[in-house]
Design a binder for this molecule. Structure first.
Ligand code: PEP
Length: 249
């Protein structure tokens, strides 16, 4: 099955109004050169700005997290319905920074994916191993454990409405990138695990690679048969770099 490519930017906790506007304007101006679908996942306060800038363009927007709760007394949290109210298409869930700094377990991540889907958002579900786990030869076991929790929560039907991002923790923001072969091996294993549930869903699932993807390595990574785009951190803050990655897809 031919899958379209998606390049999503994760701005993390960066930005202010004027700088964001310049970045969004530059992305809009360059969008015609993109060979992939484009999205930006911005900090919550700037969702309105992203919507105002991007509505009616080919560039989608989304959040970097979502509450697992539908509404209520959860001070500081933002629920999926609110994100939908801002016309988000995507919500990143289970980013390694959420898992490690905020103690998000596999079950919490899976519940967030479920909450996103129930409100009509597309969760970008992040999975990935730490350096110690890779060096301990348990990469496959870690990815399977993370995926199994998601499958238990949303099933193949939920995965049909999701995007998965493989983000080796040791490659995020470090300048170290998984080799195309290393990334392809994990992407293929993710697709194989999903195929055990539903072969059609597996064949259509977009699996993004994230971890120091830059203009100089994007083409080779995205040429791998099971790499369907990128989740981009640092390079998403520089319009020329992000556009170059989108053009390399
Ligand atoms: C990320 O934040 O998801 C990411 C992949 O970051 P970077 O591209 O900077 O490694």
């Amino acid at each position: 099955m031919a899958r379209t490519k998606l390049v999503a930017g994760n701005w993390k906790m960066h930005g202010e109004t004027a700088g964001n506007q310049a970045l969004l304007d530059a992305l809009k101006a360059g969008a015609a050169t993109a060979k992939a679908a484009m999205a930006v996942c911005v900090p919550f306060p700037y969702l309105g700005q992203a919507r105002a800038a991007l509505a009616g363009t080919s560039i989608a927007w989304g959040s970097q997290d979502v509450s697992r709760h539908a509404q209520g007394a959860y001070t500081g949290e933002v629920c999926a319905a609110m994100l939908k109210d801002f016309e988000c298409r995507y919500a990143i869930v289970g980013h390694s920074e959420r898992r490690s700094y905020h103690g998000e377990t596999d079950e919490v991540v899976a519940a967030k994916a479920d909450a996103a889907i129930k409100s009509g958002l597309v969760p970008i579900i992040c999975v990935g191993e730490t350096l110690a786990e890779r060096e301990g030869n348990i990469t496959a076991a870690v990815i399977t454990r993370q995926l199994d929790a998601v499958i238990a929560s949303i099933g193949a039907a939920g995965l049909a409405k999701s995007v998965v991002a493989y983000e080796p923790v040791w490659a995020i923001g470090t300048g170290k990138t998984a080799s195309p072969e290393q990334a392809q091996e994990v992407h293929a294993s993710i697709r194989a695990r999903v195929a055990k549930e539903d072969a059609n869903v597996a064949a259509g699932l977009q699996i993004l690679y994230g971890g120091s993807m830059k203009p100089n390595n994007a083409k080779e990574l995205m040429a791998q048969p099971d790499i369907d785009g990128g989740l981009i951190g640092g390079a998403a803050l520089v319009a020329a770099d992000f556009l170059a990655i989108c053009a390399a897809a």
